[in-house]
Design a protein around this ligand. Structure first.
Ligand code: GLY
Length: 384
């Protein structure tokens, strides 16, 4: 699929990834990192590891470090990466003692850890964990509104009717659970949620809302909320990528063309808005200055675009592959830290437009960058 010069570049990035992960994995062996402080990984499993702490052990990003370790295990065959992945997977067991703190994000947490472990090693304990997580996710389905509820808030803001685009990335856990148990319920819920998102989140220009509020008692659209983007009606770039790549995964799991077409619609909107520089802003509708950016959105978009490139015919392939390469090359050239002064790879990640900690390292930026590079190489381990 790649031209010679792109293949050589991919090989060079894999070499840099291997060099970096060789020492970072040992240094952060016992951690579950989210970001870095003065170049050193923090540890979300260190604070209150067994009690309720939505920002600690139950934090939604706690599967990505394990996912990176499984990708490296697949790439190198080295057992130590499997061991490190299993350390973080075992730590996540504390979350099953909670109810609050476990949201729609359980796919992000248990697909790259327990499902990965089960797929690679056949570990039955991992299968059990992943089925528990899938059942939690299925239990969030609102039957009348046909959506998966995002968060559990009630007293401080009522989110009983809220669904978010990010959940498109969690429902692959349901597709997996149906295949694994031969029980169609999980997949039925995933497809009904995906259909609702297709009808209500995707705007006429192909962009997507971050949050849509439904009436939790009678169903039906109430309003959209701005969420992590610039504001109401704006276009949070990472949300675009959860839609783009998320629908692509629903296509991959179901073979239903409508999901591929929806992924393509969002991709066309995204591609049309990629700036000449290849640097992705936090929101496509944010003011020009300050020029806030989000490297994580670039990495996730690249993964989704490569998936679409692999699914469409040869004539259309470059339309998706070229922008993906542009994003990834730009990240490698100017938004990646290959030195030993930081445990993270990507710089310039941003959790949300109005979060003051902009332009930091965030673990899922590193995860999706790695996934995209291994996708380009081919023969990758697919975790979703
Ligand atoms: N809530 C998921 C994200 O920040 O992308």
């Amino acid at each position: 699929m790649l031209e010679q010069q792109d293949r050589l570049w991919v090989e060079s990035v894999i070499q840099k990834l291997s060099n970096k992960m060789n020492w970072v994995s040992e240094k952060s062996r016992e951690k579950i990192p989210y970001t870095t402080k003065d170049g050193t990984h923090d540890d979300r499993s260190a604070d209150n590891p067994s009690g309720y702490d939505a920002d600690g052990i139950c934090w939604w990003t706690n599967g990505f470090w394990g996912g990176m370790m499984w990708l490296m295990h697949h790439e190198t065959g080295e057992e130590r990466y499997r061991e490190i992945a299993e350390i973080s997977e075992a730590k996540l067991d504390a979350c099953f003692e909670q109810f609050h703190g476990l949201h729609h994000d359980v796919g992000f947490m248990w697909l790259p850890t327990s499902v990965a472990n089960y797929r690679v090693t056949g570990n039955r304990e991992s299968r059990k964990r992943a089925l528990h997580a899938a059942s939690l996710l299925a239990g969030r389905f609102n039957v009348v509104g046909s959506f998966i509820r995002a968060w559990d808030d009630l007293e401080e803001g009522d989110t009983r009717g809220w669904a978010i685009i990010d959940c498109m990335f969690n429902i692959p856990l349901l597709y997996w659970a149906s295949k694994e148990t031969n029980d169609p319920r999980y997949r039925q819920i995933a497809e009904r949620h995906a259909d609702t998102v297709m009808e209500t989140f995707v705007r006429p220009d192909g962009s997507v809302h971050h949050i849509v509020e439904f009436d939790p008692f009678h169903g039906g659209f109430v309003r959209a909320h701005g969420g992590q983007g610039y504001g109401d009606g704006s276009s949070w770039t990472r949300g675009q990528t959860w839609g783009l790549y998320g629908f692509m995964m629903s296509y991959r799991h179901t073979g239903n063309e409508k999901y591929l077409q929806t992924a393509q619609r969002i991709a066309h909107y995204f591609i049309a808005n990629i700036p000449e520089s290849g640097i992705i802003p936090i929101d496509f509708r944010q003011p020009k200055e300050p020029a806030y950016e989000d490297s994580t959105a670039a990495a996730i978009a690249a993964c989704g675009l490569i998936e679409i490139a692999n699914a469409v015919g040869e004539l259309e392939r470059d339309m998706y592959l070229r922008p993906a390469l542009k994003l990834l090359r730009r990240l490698d050239e100017s938004r990646a830290d290959w030195s030993e002064s930081s445990d993270a790879i990507l710089t310039h990640g941003s959790a949300a437009y109005h979060n003051p900690n902009r332009h930091t390292s965030i673990i899922y930026g590193d995860y999706y960058f790695m996934e995209a590079i291994f996708k380009l190489k081919g023969g990758d381990l697919y975790l979703w």
